[in-house]
Design a protein around this ligand. Structure first.
Ligand SMILES: Nc1ncnc2c1ncn2[C@@H]1O[C@H](COP(=O)(O)OP(=O)(O)OP(=O)(O)O)[C@@H](O)[C@H]1O
Ligand SMILES: [Mg+2]
Length: 264
């Protein structure tokens, strides 16, 4: 069975990486085999996951010739791996806590046609077959959604658009949600982060509703998340429970339930 591909996007600094990392581990705690893919050129996902940064630094760079395009009858152009998925994972995957596998090492033999992070994102998609869930942490803003979603680079099943209550972040979120829908992503959900009041939560929910998107989680501003950021650790290590972590656990459960509902 193919993995369910969950992509996390939003304006810079809204919490995409923290949410991707915590969700990846919580979905793994729920029994899924999870591949977390850092699609950002400024790779922070490893830290929020609590992965071993030295192990990541020691990984060989990902070559760009791991795939080729084939024409499939009735399906059009498709990307396929030319190397064995198990060998690629062994070489480039990094073990993270709770059994999550991270794809986060740099790509350096890249001829300049697309960013290293995009190459890594594509490898993540192609390696997804051995997993139940692939979580891709996108780079900030609308550019990566506009160029990757729905195509060979990121055929997401679920797009999680993250925003804080700030009007600028909400404007970007609305644009990304529209891009996702136009790219043919089956399910687009909104997520409110760094929520400080019920008024904040209502503002974000109304902003998503205005573009026809359901806001499925409201994650409070939480000192545990900020403290982990300062310490350079995963918020889950040492603090299994806090308001934001509990809300994200609810989101993981909701994502699982929405898949069960979709499969009926
Ligand atoms: N719910 C929260 N409560 C408190 N702090 C938070 C919360 N979510 C995120 N943060 C903090 O906000 C900052 C940005 O978070 P994060 O790096 O996850 O955002 P991002 O969207 O991935 O940013 P970038 O666009 O740079 O990739 C970090 O310092 C993080 O600790
Ligand atoms: Mg980030």
């Amino acid at each position: 069975m193919e993995a369910l591909r969950i992509t996390v996007a939003g304006k810079g600094g809204v919490g995409k990486t923290v949410i991707s990392a915590v969700l990846a581990r919580q979905l793994a705690q729920r029994g899924h085999r999870v591949l977390a893919v850092d699609c950002d050129d400024n790779p922070m996902l490893a830290i929020s996951l609590g992965a071993d940064l030295q192990a990541m630094a020691a990984r060989p760079p990902i070559p760009t010739d791991f795939w080729t395009a084939v024409e499939r009858l009735g399906e059009g152009r498709a990307a396929v791996l030319v190397e064995d998925a198990g060998v690629l994972l062994e070489r480039h995957g990094i073990d993270a806590p709770d059994g999550v596998t991270l794809l986060g090492a740099p790509v350096i033999e890249n001829d300049g046609c697309s960013s290293d992070a995009r190459v890594r994102g594509m490898l993540g998609v192609l390696l997804g077959h051995g997993f139940d869930r692939v979580i891709s942490d996108f780079e900030a803003g609308v550019d990566e959604p506009a160029t990757s979603l729905g195509g060979l680079l990121n055929p997401a099943d679920i797009l999680l658009v993250v925003t804080t209550p700030s009007p600028v972040a909400m404007h970007t979120a609305a644009m990304i949600a529209r891009i996702g829908r136009e790219a043919g992503v089956g399910t687009v959900f909104g997520v409110a982060n760094q929520v400080r009041s019920t008024a904040d939560a209502r503002t974000v929910a109304a902003g998503f509703a205005a573009v026809g998107i359901e806001c499925i989680a409201s994650i409070p501003a939480d000192a545990t998340i900020a403290a982990a950021d300062t310490a350079g650790t995963s918020p889950l290590d040492g603090h299994p429970s806090s308001p934001a972590l509990d809300a994200l656990r609810g989101l993981a459960e909701r994502l699982d339930n929405s898949m069960v509902a979709a499969a009926r």
